[in-house]
Design a protein around this ligand. Structure first.
Ligand SMILES: [Zn+2]
Length: 85
């Protein structure tokens, strides 16, 4: 019986915030201008107005202005997650 089944909530994948990039975001970058710090975390479960969603490539290549601290707080990649398909 399918009558009672609710349709799955459409989860729209969040995309990289970089202009011209349509990769699915995998990280969220937040920053504190006063402390000149930028953080890269695993993608936030909820889009935050203070955060920028970035794809792997753009998160890896994110540069910060000179004098800023860049902290990559993502979990180190699991060796098992890198198996080629
Ligand atoms: Zn990107």
């Amino acid at each position: 019986m399918l009558g009672n089944r609710r349709p799955a909530v459409a989860i729209r994948p969040r995309l990289c915030a970089r202009q011209g990039c349509d990769e699915v975001a995998s990280a969220t970058m937040t920053y504190d201008y006063a402390n000149r710090s930028a953080w890269i975390d695993q993608l936030d479960a909820e889009a935050s107005p203070a955060g920028y969603d970035l794809c792997d490539t753009h998160a890896d290549n994110l540069g910060v202005p000179s004098g800023w601290t860049r902290s990559d707080r993502r979990a180190p990649p699991s060796p098992f997650a890198r198996v080629a398909v």
